[in-house]
Ligand binder design. Structure first.
Ligand code: SAH
Length: 232
């Protein structure tokens, strides 16, 4: 990266410049495909979505590195690999609907939209939701992503049931309202565990029967319910 990268950058456009596209291809090869994600829809969505539009302006040069990044308000945009892995576990498909709890930067929502999913995403911090809205608009996914400010652990009852549910904040369990809002045959993916470490879990609903599988460890910011406060 030289100072000229910034000078010639066309970062305001969808997809950004050639440099950004090259960085994304490298990100997909080295961080994602090499670690075992092989769902082609997910790989092409990760290659398509301009992640640099979802990080803070001062972090754009770091947008494609192998890590989470701060997005303000003590929250983070997840590591690219984790977004890809959770999207793969969600078994994405064209025409499905998904609820996301924890819009954050809007990046995960954009990746789902790039897989052809209609996304309903809830965020409790209004300024983050507002910034996500702008990034989604700039990146060209606003028509397939609906945003709301509120407590996402209550879901979005007016739009339920959802074919897919993804929770992007850590909790001790999948909240009951989310279980209720998952369609029969639907799949939910959530980081479940303690405050410092969680395991990515997949829930599959077959009527009243629930199948649960556990995957790798991850470290998400906590899911804050109702009028709970952070830092407790
Ligand atoms: N999916 C995001 C990363 C989310 S970080 C991305 O792609 O960038 C987790 C987000 O969950 C934070 O923005 C946090 O404010 C939000 N959050 C925590 N508890 C929540 C709740 N109960 N309802 C909605 N959002 C919540």
């Amino acid at each position: 990266m030289s100072f000229l990268d910034g000078f010639f950058s066309t970062g305001g456009q969808r997809g950004g410049g050639a440099d950004d596209a090259a960085r994304r291809r490298r990100m997909v090869e080295r961080q994602i495909r090499r670690r075992g994600v092989d769902d082609e829809r997910v790989l092409s969505a990760m290659e398509e979505v301009p992640r640099h539009l979802f990080v803070r302006a001062g972090d754009r040069s770091r947008a494609y590195q192998d890590s989470a990044l701060p997005i303000g308000h003590d929250q983070t945009i997840s590591q690219p690999y984790i977004v890809a892995r959770m999207t793969e576990l969600l078994e994405p498909d064209e025409g499905l609907t998904a609820l996301e709890v924890g819009t954050g930067s809007g990046y995960q929502a954009a990746v789902l939209a790039a897989c052809g999913i209609e996304v309903f995403s809830v965020e409790r911090i209004a300024p983050l939701s507002e910034r996500a809205r702008e990034a989604l608009l700039q990146a060209g996914y606003a028509d397939r992503v609906h945003l709301r400010v509120g407590d996402g652990s209550l879901g979005w009852p007016e739009e339920a049931p959802f074919d897919r549910i993804v929770v992007t904040a850590g909790a001790a369990e999948l909240p009951d309202p989310l279980r209720e809002q998952l369609a029969d045959g639907g799949v939910a993916v959530a980081p479940v565990g303690g405050r410092s470490t969680q395991w990515i879990r997949r829930y599959r609903r077959q009527g009243d029967r629930w199948e649960e599988e556990e995957f790798e460890a991850a470290r998400f910011v906590p899911l804050i319910r109702g009028d709970e406060e952070e830092g407790r």
